[in-house]
Design a protein around this ligand. Structure first.
Ligand code: NAG
Ligand code: NAG
Ligand code: NAG
Length: 161
């Protein structure tokens, strides 16, 4: 009696464990091609970087936000990087944008948004489903295309702050 109860208990524990493992791996239902899965799994950890690679010795001032978080104003010296991590919300509405400026120019752009499976995975592909790297250079704002190891210009500097 007690042996069979113990057997049943371990059976239940096994199934709960198996279900947890299955739920924590969104791709386990089908393809194991992680890079082909453009859906941002809720609660998965992402990070965004805003790097200063301006050739002249100029400080980059960053002010990044989402609807819920204001990440504050940061001075990023040449060669360094402001970065943060977050989890995508269940509703899939996570969106971050940054206002940045140097001594005489500014730019305002989105740095992270959620892409659905039906749409292109333009951003998530470049971020390799993990890290979005934006790079401020003298001629504009670039995104690092991580899988292809190159920077692609996205935004021009606008005059003034
Ligand atoms: C599983 O993935 C393959 C491609 O990797 C696709 O052709 C197939 O339709 C998928 N099956 C289901 C049930 O989603
Ligand atoms: C995974 O999917 C991506 C995009 O659909 C494709 O470019 C890549 O070749 C696939 N990789 C493998 C190993 O199937
Ligand atoms: C991310 O930011 C931290 C400071 O918060 C810094 O020490 C680190 O170098 C940054 N990461 C990269 C890749 O630059």
């Amino acid at each position: 009696m007690s042996t069979s109860l113990r057997f049943k208990t371990s059976y239940v524990v096994f199934f709960v464990f198996a279900a947890m493992v299955a739920l924590s791996h969104p791709c386990s239902g089908n393809s194991t091609n992680q890079t082909g899965n453009s859906w941002a799994w809720p609660m998965e950890k992402w990070n965004v970087h805003v790097a200063n690679q301006m050739g002249d010795v100029r400080t980059l001032v960053t002010h990044c936000k989402s609807k819920d978080d204001d990440l504050g104003i940061h001075d990023v010296s040449p060669g360094s990087d402001f970065n943060w991590s977050f989890k995508v919300n269940i509703a899939g509405t996570t969106l971050f944008w940054c206002y940045v400026h140097n001594d005489h120019q500014h730019a305002n752009f989105q740095v992270f948004w959620v892409e659905n499976e039906e749409k292109t995975s333009w951003l998530h592909y470049r971020c390799r489903w993990k890290s979005c790297i934006w790079v401020a250079k003298d001629d504009g704002i670039y995104i690092r295309n991580s899988p292809e190891s190159r920077d692609e210009i996205q935004h021009q500097w606008e005059p003034g702050w």
